[in-house]
Design a protein around this ligand. Structure first.
Ligand code: SAH
Length: 248
């Protein structure tokens, strides 16, 4: 399994040293064990975890690898640590914060961080709407990312407040057909400081499917009104357009 993953990554131009690959394998084992006791992800088997969680996380690799070594990254709605923990393992100088609303998921991520000894990362339980208003986190990160969390409009409102104006970026993944959702989300992101998102076609190592990585460059501070209260970005998306968040 590991050598196949390694060769798929290296074909995609992603190199790992052996130590990092072993940590990744250890994380996969920890997740399998924890998942058997409490439901952390829908994917339970080892092959599925490598394909659906680890390799698919690599679609963020183009933007992560463009960061300076010691950048600050926040993964919103990390669940069992996807994709945050993968990049914390790959990039030991990067400072990775993972947040999730669900206590048991954050407890697992914290235990995994300790077991793996990846002191460049931390896990915090909380909702993005509140963390995005907290002075320790608001406009603090170089990059905010999320996978399988919500619609682009919702993500724009919860991710963009977390990143530094004029330098920070936010990024999310979507499948191929995103035209209308992209347009609606652009209006929302303009409201919170990032008017002109761009898209990059990205692939999962070992697969030819292309997905869209949506990237927001934050050019001005987020107005105080955002993010709105818990659950509002989801229930009443900015400008009233409702799109379902898909699990890409
Ligand atoms: N990113 C992970 C988990 C996706 S499931 C993966 O790709 O596997 C979505 C997760 O987002 C859930 O764990 C849920 O608790 C969390 N979530 C959704 N909205 C949130 C919010 N506003 N703030 C914090 N966590 C949120």
């Amino acid at each position: 399994m590991l050598s196949q993953v390694e060769s798929q990554m290296s074909e995609a131009g992603i190199e790992f040293d052996a130590g990092r690959l072993l940590l990744l394998q250890k994380y996969v084992s920890l997740l399998i064990t924890a998942n058997a006791k409490s439901n952390l992800t829908a994917i339970k088997d080892e092959a599925g975890i490598w394909d659906q969680l680890v390799l698919r996380s690599m679609r963020f690799h183009p933007i992560i690898s463009s960061l300076k070594g010691d950048s600050r990254v926040i993964d919103v709605g990390t669940g069992a640590g996807i994709p945050g923990i993968i990049f914390a393992i790959m990039y030991p100088d990067m400072r990775v914060t993972m947040i999730d609303a669900t206590g048991k998921k954050i407890r697992f991520v914290s235990e995994a961080i300790d077991a793996l000894g990846i002191s460049n990362s931390r896990a915090i339980q909380g909702r993005a709407e509140q963390i995005g208003r907290h002075p320790d986190h608001r406009e603090h990160y170089d990059l905010a990312i999320a996978r399988a969390v919500g619609s682009l409009t919702e993500l724009a409102e919860i991710l963009i407040p977390l990143v530094v104006p004029r330098r920070g970026r936010a990024a999310a993944l979507k499948g191929a057909d995103i035209d209308q959702e992209f347009k609606d989300a652009s209006r929302a992101s303009a409201e919170v400081g990032a008017p002109n998102p761009s898209t990059l076609v990205v692939a999962t190592p070992g697969s030819s499917d292309g997905d869209n990585l949506i990237i927001w460059d934050k050019i001005r501070p987020t107005p105080r009104a955002y993010p709105r209260r818990d659950g509002v970005p989801h229930k009443s998306p900015l400008f009233g357009q409702h799109h379902v968040g898909t699990r890409t």
